[in-house]
Every structure is written in C-alpha cells, then in structure tokens.
Design a protein around this ligand. Structure first.
Ligand code: SAH
Length: 363
C-alpha cells in the first residue's frame, strides 16, 4: 500500500477501530491495545507498541496512520499558562492552551480552523471559516498537550473555547468527546468538559438528547435582540428569546448550572440597565454568569471597561441573587488570553493574514 492509501485511525472510536481491524483482517482485540497506546499513552508510532507482535506492528504501519497535530512552538507565560502552536497534516495551524491552577488544570482546545460566526469583538470571526477539525484533530490536541506537559496521568478539565464554534462542527466534536471519555483512553469524565457556544439552536437541541453530555457555556454577550444581532450575528437566525427558552428546557443535572459568558464592552453592554435586564432574562434558568472584560486587540472596535464598571455590573447581578464571576485573563504576556491568540495561517491561501484565537483564561 502507498502512503496516501493509509487509513487514519486517530479519530476512530474504539468500536469503529475494532470494525476497521476486522476489515483489515486483524483480530478485534488488538484494536483495544492500539487504542490504549494512542489515547492513553500518546504513542503514535506502531514500532513502539511493544505488546503487539513485530509482524503486526509492521503490517499496521503499512495499512494505517495516526495523524497527530505537530508542535511547532511552545510559549510559557510567567503565570504558567502555556500556548502550543500546532500544525495539522495539511499544514494549517491552530493553537491550544494549558491554563494551570484555576484551581484545576485546564486545556483549552479548538474545534475549527477559523470560525464562521463573525462576533463583533472576536478576531477569529474576522478570518471566516477555513475548515472543520476532524475528531482525530480535536482529540489529538488533548493528547499532544498531555504528552508535552507530562500530564497523561494527571487530572485536567477541557474547555472547547479555542478557535471555532463547536456546535457548528457537531459530529466531529461529539466523536472526539466520546474518544476522550473512553475508559481505555484518557478517560476524561464529561463533567470535566465544557462546551462553549453562541447557541446554534438545532445543534443545541440535539445536544440536549445526548447520553453523555459536556457542561454547557452560552456566549450571551447582550440583553436585547438588537444588540445581540449586532454583536453575535447568528442571533438574527436564532434569537435571544429562543436561545434562552432552549436553555430553560436543557436538561441540567442536579447541582450543575449553565454558564452564561458575557463579554464586557465599555459603554456598549456594561451599563446598570444591561445588568438588570440580564437578571430578568435569566429568571428561571439554572445558570451563573461569567463576565469577560474585553481583551482588546487591533482591529476590534471596542474597549475594555474599567474595573469599577465591571464591579458595578457584577454587584447588581449578585445583589439580585445571580451567581457571578469575573474571568481573569491569563497568559497576557504571551498573547494567550481570550482574543489574543494569533496564528499565522496557511500563507499560500491567505497571505499575511493572521488569526486570533479566543479562548478561556479563567483566573
Ligand atoms: N465559539 C465559541 C467558543 C469561543 S471562545 C463561543 O462563542 O462560545 C470563548 C469565549 O471567549 C466566548 O464567549 C467568546 O465570545 C469570548 N471572546 C472572544 N473574543 C474575546 C475577547 N477579545 N475578549 C474576551 N472574550 C472574548
């Protein structure tokens, strides 16, 4: 077989890998061994899979491959936040971030190259969508981070808050989450995973029916239809009211809540009236609010409000019984905070264009 005909098995769930092995003429139980090597130990070179016979290792290397994002650059912030620039098999680049001690350890990963949502304050949106990441690339980011940081046996959280809109790449994201949750792999409990979305309603309704579900974070950012139409354009298709109704119906487990992310833009959506409207909107929803003071960037026509304005807004929510936190930026010195991640993209297609990756920087 030639290289181009090799089957990429990095994005296959265990059952699918067993089926693939059957088709290739190998006993199914070897699939579990290979799955463990890839997803539990981060080993992608068949030659190193020492519990397989030499013959099988050789045949597998001819028939299969495990496409894995390659680390191009590692940058470490003084606060310990670590940003990895990763190159995909087709040369496109994404960034993934490790945020330590929040107090848990958190991996922030991407779901797409670029993003189609065009939110007014997010640089990734300016770029438009390039392509979806495959399930193998999404799960692969976690395994690369875990291996690079010596954390294959550590406990960590995952937030889908990097580049891209996860519910715009539903199948691949859910497949990746099932691979990550598999007990034969990294066994990441779905309760440790948070999916952040602008609210692609049909996909959100579908998520509500999944047997295994991540925590949900909704990028709300505005309290009126008009303002959300402007800041989060998908609101013109799936409006604020419908989104909040869907949140009301969403099956939130006992002791858990939906997080509502609210980016704070100076004198745009940070007034006391906005805060009071937010209180009313969230009435009857098991939710909490995470305020994200804007991380400013060139090309973004908004400003970060003063701490006083942020605190005044937070106090109104708290005084009305809404749980609220303010996200502290992490890794600003290496441009790894929300809206600060920038990768050079495929130069031949988009010369000189730069991408910003919005991400979680919970403090
Ligand atoms: N597409 C998903 C994941 C995006 S990133 C979503 O929209 O939810 C996670 C969060 O960072 C989102 O709430 C996003 O709106 C926010 N964000 C984007 N740019 C930002 C910036 N410049 N400053 C602060 N937060 C930003």
């Amino acid at each position: 077989m030639t290289d181009t005909a090799r089957l990429d098995i990095g994005g296959l769930e265990l059952r699918a890998l067993e089926d693939a092995f059957s088709k290739l003429g190998h006993p199914r139980f070897h699939a579990r061994q290979v799955f463990q090597w890839i997803h539990k130990r981060g080993v992608t070179d068949f030659a190193q899979m020492s519990d397989l016979s030499r013959d099988l290792r050789g045949t597998l290397a001819e028939q299969c491959e495990i496409l894995t994002p390659q680390v191009v650059r590692v940058e470490r912030s003084i606060d310990g936040t670590t940003k990895l620039l990763l190159k995909l098999a087709d040369g496109k680049q994404i960034e993934s971030v490790f945020i330590p001690d929040t107090p848990s350890q958190t991996f922030c990963i991407s779901s797409q190259v670029g993003c189609a949502m065009k939110c007014g304050f997010c640089l990734t949106g300016k770029m438009g969508i390039d392509r979806n990441l495959t399930a193998g690339e999404i799960a692969g980011q976690v395994r690369v981070l875990a291996r690079e940081l010596n954390m294959l046996d550590a406990r960590f959280n995952i937030v889908l808050m990097g580049m891209g809109e996860p519910l715009h790449n539903y199948e691949n994201v859910m497949q990746a989450l099932r691979i990550l949750a598999d007990e034969h792999g990294l066994a990441v409990n779905p309760r440790r995973v948070t999916l952040s979305t602008v609210g692609v309603l049909p996909a959100l309704e579908r998520l509500a029916t999944e047997p295994v579900m991540p925590n949900l974070a909704i990028s709300l950012h505005a309290t009126t239809e008009d303002q959300r139409d402007m800041l989060v354009p998908i609101n013109r298709k799936y409006g604020l009211k419908e989104l909040l109704d869907a949140c009301r119906r969403f099956p939130v487990k006992r002791r858990e809540r939906i997080t509502f992310e609210y980016v704070m833009l100076n004198e745009v959506n940070d007034t006391p009236e906005d805060a009071r409207r937010l209180v009313r909107l969230l009435h009857g929803i098991r939710g909490k609010v995470n305020l994200l003071p804007l991380n400013e960037a060139a090309g973004i026509p908004y400003e970060r409000p003063s701490d006083d304005r942020v605190n005044r807004f937070a106090k109104i929510l708290a005084d009305h019984g809404v749980t609220v936190s303010v996200r502290k930026s992490r890794g600003r010195d290496i441009r790894a905070a929300c809206g600060q991640l920038i990768t050079e993209t495929n130069r031949s297609r988009l010369p000189g264009r730069r991408l910003a990756l919005a991400m979680e920087g919970r403090g």
